[in-house]
Design a protein around this ligand. Sequence first.
Ligand code: CA
Length: 229
Amino acid sequence: MTPTVLVVEDEDALATLLQYNLEKEGYRVVHAGDGEEALIMVQEQQPDLVVLDWMLPKVSGIEVCRRLRQRPESRNLPILMLTARGEESDRVRGLDTGADDYLVKPFAMTELTARIRAVMRRIRPGLADDRVTAGDIIVDRVAHRVKRDGKEVHLGPTEFRLLDHLMQHPGRVFSREQLLDAVWGSDVYVEARTVDVHIGRLRKALNHGAPVDPIRTVRSAGYSLDFGG
Ligand code: CA
């Protein structure tokens, strides 16, 4: 399970440097060069965190931040703001931008990656942990084991990754295409209905002897992990 970071930065050299360092840290990195593209990328790529430059063409970083906070699906999306020394740093410090953290340029890459790890741990504990829990399900990523209601569940590798991905964001609906990208990878050609087959297997294994089916099929939209509140 690789967390995705969206880098929104119009300076190509810095964007490349950020991408290189974040990939080295094990993140999947997607890039947007302006604010307008950033808003589209958040919907399309569903990143786990956004590194957002303050000064951007078309739509400013602060406006991107504001709009992301207005949308229910990105209200809690972690945002790390980048500002230039002097001009905006005082404002970003004083204003309620909705960002989770900020860094003043120029900054050390080790500082950035440390801040990202901290934000990830704080906001999406599941991403940084070796174990993730939702409802009565526990996924142990180190041992590659799954338990439901204390009982061992045996899953194939694909079903394991599917469950792990759904467990990151309980309640969120993923389309088949999004699950394909997240679980199989965007460079692999797999038919969308393959997802249905593996969801079927995952369901069967998870629900063996359990009274509630936690996987919700959302008609014409996709799937989510849902324990009914
Ligand atoms: Ca800029």
